[in-house]
Write a protein that binds this ligand. Sequence first.
Ligand code: HEC
Length: 98
Amino acid sequence: MKKLFILCMLALTTLPAQASPELAAKSKCMTCHQVDRKVLGPSFKEIAARFKGQKTAQTTLAAGISKGVKGKWGKIPMPPQKVSAADAQALAKWILTL
Ligand code: HEC
């Protein structure tokens, strides 16, 4: 019984952390982004560093993911991404933890 409880707690704490990298891969973010390396778009760590401590960061990033962004990081714009509003929030939240 105790073992089962520990297993459940483990599953609860590790699952959300992994959901977003998978979501990012599934949503094709990784064709243009990497966590710690610039590709076409800035690395997710760079984005997290720029927005660190800003209260509206998650909303700003989620809006950018859904509507697209241009001129903030370089000459290449990011087209609007086909993800649900909930997924955009989840991805923004995950990026900010990096
Ligand atoms: C076609 C390539 C491409 C794809 C696919 C892509 N991005 Fe981007 N992304 C970019 C580029 C380029 C920028 C920088 C745009 C700029 O300079 O304003 C960017 C910027 C961002 C930013 C920073 C926004 C800001 O306000 O500064 C976030 C967050 C982001 N992308 C997340 C994502 C997520 C999450 C996905 C997947 C759902 C994704 N991107 C898919 C190219 C892409």
